[in-house]
Design a protein around this ligand. Sequence first.
Ligand code: 4NP
Length: 152
Amino acid sequence: MKKTKVLMVCLGNICRSPLAEGLLKAKVNPDHVFVDSAGTGDYHVGDHPDPRSIAVAKKNGLDITNQLGRQFSERDFDNFDYIYVMDNSNYDNVVKLARNEQDQQKVFLILDKIFPNEDAPVPDPYTGGNQGFVNVYNMLDEATDIIAKELQ
Ligand code: 4NP
């Protein structure tokens, strides 16, 4: 059976999308669903997730330490069925690389799962404190519950 492939995308691929990847991975059958993440920027290619994302994941029983940052590329449109972005800026950066309507239709704002049609962002926690990471974790936990259920 062909696996469904889901890509989580943020800017740096060190704070938000690694959490989204770790959360969804923990909720789906790996024989049926492949989950990965990427950043639209190249600042953190090859880096492990931010220590604050690692810490909030660990507190909730998830180990995301082994993930490595990579940059989103046009090829991801061929390799993935669903591309979930964290905010509108990520959306614009990903859609800019779409080659056709089919590519574009794979891209969704992740919080649309909880708040349909509200354009709600997962706020970038990079320059803030630890509470921002806790908030991001909780939003992504809720959104990935819905995504996992839909993929069943
Ligand atoms: P992320 O957060 O997009 O959630 O991974 C960021 C991490 C790093 C930078 C920006 C956002 N940065 O500019 O280095």
